[in-house]
Design a protein around this ligand. Sequence first.
Ligand SMILES: O=C(O)CCC(=O)C(=O)O
Ligand SMILES: [Fe+2]
Length: 374
Amino acid sequence: MAVKSEMEFTPELYPQFPSTLPGYDFPIASLETISLKKLQQDNETTEQHRLLEACKSQGFFYLDLTGCNAGQTIFRGAHQVAQIAEKAFKLSEQEKLKYVYQAGDLFGYKRIGLTKVDENSTPDTAEFFSISKDVICKTSGCSDALAVPYPEEIISAAPVLAEYMHTAHSVGLRILKILFEHLGVPGSAEAIASRHAFDEVAGDHVRMIRGPARRDAALPEIQTPAHTDFGSVTVLMNWLGGLQMWSEGSSSAAREAVPGKGAEEGKWLWVRPQANCAIINLGDAAGKFSNGVLQSGRHRVVPAPGEQGLWPRYSVVYFVRPNDECVLRTLEGSGIPARRDRGGEGAGDEDEDEEVTAKQWIFRQAERLRNGKR
Ligand SMILES: O=C(O)CCC(=O)C(=O)O
Ligand SMILES: [Fe+2]
């Protein structure tokens, strides 16, 4: 096969996200746009309330990155990271497999097909490099910084990745701090910072993703199967459509996975990429800390719709996750129901009742996802 010399991550050439898809039902998610600049200002309470409502209802929103330094770092940094990703994904299969995930690993190269998208073991079509914050930033908790090797294309870009990780992490923490403050958690800044200390070992990482161009207009062809993110908050940059969110929040999402139990109660909505915006979604840990008040929106990735689907799809994700040893226990706050007040919901569900550390939770969920269980 001829080696491609041209770049394939070329956002300036991508066609517009379509508004209709003739012959297909094409529902598009309607998400709030929240300004990062305003979230950084303590007196912008209206924006803070909009944030809280978006996270209680959908668990997904657009974060407008304009007008502030952190936003610009994420905007420009994500472009750079995607360019680094392209170089890394263009390495030979043999080279990439040197960095492949081993059983129980969270970081490294995830080859195409490792994850099963359904009970029939249909393989996924996306490849990832998952790059640990602790390794790249050599955090004090990371004693053996060389334990997870990455290709030279990634290692040589460590300064770009480190700046991106620092900035995305602090944006995630700002969002969490505001949310838990408005849920009445006393000292929410400290409550959040101590559970997500940048310098401590955690599952925090940058994930570079490449999904192939669409093969067939009609097939759903799953690049990444339905899931909720395992951590607290996710900062997602993508340039082509293909991300879909489930129309109902996480509480009803669980039912959809069980045949006959309300599968008809929702549908997949396309999330349109928005210029100058990141897409933010909450993960399971935010749901656990808030006892289900905050939603971890369920989502999946398919090839981009229409003409956009002619391009391979890149995305750059930063996952803010609680520190490994943090117990995923409900925080106390006036806006958070205490566990005993939750009634019967979740009763008998081992994951709901048991207190687990973030590390245990993430490993367990990652394993389930790879094996096609949701
Ligand atoms: O590629 C995307 O747009 C989303 C990726 C995603 O959901 C994930 O990696 O958890
Ligand atoms: Fe995700």
